[in-house]
Design a protein around this ligand. Sequence first.
Ligand code: PMP
Length: 372
Amino acid sequence: MSEPVTGVRALLRPDLQGRTPYGAPQLDVPVALNTNESSYPVPDAVVQTIVERVGEVAASLNRYPDREFTRLRTELAAYLTRTTGPVLSADQLWAGNGSNEVLSHLVQAFGGPGRTALGFTPSYSMHPIITRSLGTEWVDGLRGSADGLFDLDVDRAVEQARTTDPNLVFLTSPNNPTGTALSLDVVAAVYDAAPHAVIVVDEAYAEFARPGTPSATTLLAGRDRLVVTRTMSKAFAFAGVRLGYLAADAQLTELLRLVRLPYHLSAVTQAVALAALEHADLMLGMVEAIKTERDRLVDGALSLGLRPVPSDANFVLVGGFVDAPRTWQALLEEGVLVRDVGIPHHLRITAGTPQETDAVLAALASVGGSDR
Ligand code: PMP
């Protein structure tokens, strides 16, 4: 029998009783490859610009920041236009403290009690957490894993979208934790199959995709229920700043003003994000190097008899462990922190520096744990 709920716990909303919070361990270890951050520090030239720009706004921190973050939206629109193709305008852009906040704005605006969001598991663990915390029902759709690669095939996705008839659909491309990007055919087909839904394509890792993987921003024209979310936390190597954003039809972004808290992006955040966007090429400078390390992780895992899943991201999901939690612990004892995402026999490893790849492959070789 479970313990009776007492004290302040008894006052918690009934639908949150028994839920667990997001909890990636934050441990001080020599090799931290568990949250898909960049292992590379912010380049000196960018640090200098950040210090200057923060200096410029410091004296006016007595005032609230630009609630509309207009310059930031303009620069983010220019960045997406330059890197993904379609011409986007500032009124199509929205931002928040991390893409988690942007996702939360979407669920606040389009979900809520009596409404449903559909996602395809395994995917980003915060999608159901944000959804449920806002009183929205979560429907755990399934990715096809018959081939063991966790791809989401179009028929399977369409069928689940039709039967659920949701108010929101989450598609993650490249998918976390499995790593592969989604074909745009799936996005377009799910859009048509869920006519009452806002379709969110979470592209947190898009800059790491293998060549020939277009962004879902190329589908935005003529689809006013489609949203593409992005973040500066991954390829932009700026996780500490907390800046996520989205592109969508201007009418949709307008609606998000109904749910955001006033002045949600601080003047410091806006100034720092703008400083980094001035140096976008430098900030993205390590992307190719990280992709090389990702591919080395795949090859290294294969040669250890493990089963890495192909990846378009800055991490690799590796299968083939007899007992993944045990290997996770053994790696930690070697000073290497990776992620146990709860998929039996699998661990997720972020691609970092060449030295970190060497360290994680050496640790894997020494702890063993492969089922072959
Ligand atoms: N989407 C996906 C798929 C992620 O993996 C993450 C971070 N792990 C996020 C969104 C959120 O990132 P942030 O809030 O740092 O932008």
